[in-house]
Design a protein around this ligand. Structure first.
Ligand code: SF4
Length: 369
């Protein structure tokens, strides 16, 4: 399987249910224990940016709600979730929290809703204990609903699979940072994001295949770091490709910020998952400080020799927007060029955004000469 023959999502879900008797859960952003679900023969399918025209969700949500929450609700209201067997809402931010309440308490979808509350802003022993209990309680709630025994061996195998996937992604980011990966920005994220709905048995070979697409360095392309919620809209990635801007590293909530660095082998799968949660890169939805975020961005710029940082801002995403002014100010103070662009999910790119990105490309390109 390659980026060009990725299966259409709906067809794929139906096939997973029919051929593997898998239950399918619609999962809202951002961090959740996918391994627990895999081990119970459940396929998590993430809902970030469905390509829909928003309309009906406006009756349920205030106008200052982010596109992720609006489109997620729209997906349900327009009847596109009929193939799902339930929903999982991690406690990511106020928007997802409110959405969870609307779907669970008011919509009457007839589907079970599960909740996951990861701790934030602390890696204390108590936080570790709390996280572990959250894992166990989610596993128990899902098992009670869908049936099936708990098998520690199967969960351990799922944990190992999750580690192999993240290790492959780390390798891909490394190749990307060194400009040794011969895929453009659009294809790069198409493959990385396929893991949002594919079963891990298909995700891993896809990633492995990507690591083989290596070649010599292309000096025409200027490396940049991107930061934000997710790499969308696709037109934005295509614009960067057209302008010879290579995303050398990212700080996206749905991509590198969820990478879990494997710890030393741990026998107990719940302990292994707990350890890995606390090793994830910083994210404002997990109460990181702006200093931590700035340090990460500076490290990404340094390791990839990026010529600047582009913040791709999603309107009304409070966790991101609160951090933005101090991050931009501090990076600029340190001589790192920045650009802030605002673009909704899966929408046309405005002419104004395109012109600003072009001007930025020209500026950092001339800065390298
Ligand atoms: S983190 Fe931001 S984009 Fe994601 S659901 Fe919350 S407010 Fe929306």
């Amino acid at each position: 399987m390659t980026a060009t023959d990725l299966p259409e999502r709906k067809t794929y879900l139906r096939q997973q249910k029919a051929e593997h008797q898998r239950n399918v859960l619609g999962v809202f952003p951002a961090v959740y224990p996918r391994e627990v679900l895999w081990s119970l023969n459940i396929l998590p399918v993430e809902i970030w940016d469905p390509p829909l025209q928003a309309g009906r969700s406006a009756a349920h949500l205030p106008p200052n709600t982010c596109d992720v929450a609006c489109r997620g609700l729209e997906l349900i209201l327009q009847g596109h979730c009929d193939d799902l067997d339930g929903f999982l809402f991690p406690h990511t931010c106020d928007s997802i929290q409110n959405l969870a309440s609307i779907v669970n308490d008011y919509l009457g979808t007839g589907k079970p809703c599960f909740f996951f509350h990861p701790p934030r802003g602390s890696n204390s022993k108590a936080a570790g204990l709390f996280y572990r209990r959250q894992l166990e309680s989610l596993a128990s709630a899902v098992r009670q609903h869908f049936g099936g025994p708990f098998d520690a061996g199967v969960l351990s195998a799922s944990v190992a699979m999750g580690q192999a996937i993240d290790a492959a992604i780390c390798e891909i980011y490394e190749l990307r940072g060194q400009d040794r990966l011969r895929v453009d920005n659009a294809e790069f994220y198409e493959i990385l994001r396929a893991g949002e709905y594919l079963h891990p048995n298909e995700t891993l070979p896809l990633l492995k295949k990507l690591t083989e697409k290596t070649g010599s360095v292309d000096h025409r392309k200027t490396p940049v770091v991107l930061s934000g919620v997710l790499p969308s809209p696709p037109a934005f990635l295509r614009l960067l490709d057209d302008l010879d801007l290579r995303i050398a590293a990212d700080d996206f909530m749905n991509c590198s910020r969820r990478l879990q660095v494997p710890p030393d082998p741990i026998e107990d799968p719940f302990t292994a998952l707990t350890e890995r949660y606390f090793r994830m890169p910083v994210c404002p939805t997990r109460q990181s400080t702006t200093l931590q975020r700035m340090q990460r961005l500076i490290a990404l710029v340094g390791s990839t020799r990026a010529a600047g940082v582009i913040f791709s801002v999603l309107p009304f995403c409070d966790p991101e927007l609160f951090d933005l002014p101090p991050l931009v100010a501090e990076l600029e103070k340190r001589g790192i060029r920045t650009l802030v662009v605002e673009a909704g999910l899966n929408r046309q790119l405005s002419g104004q955004v395109a012109v600003r990105v072009e001007a930025f490309a020209e500026m950092i390109g001339s800065g390298l000469q």
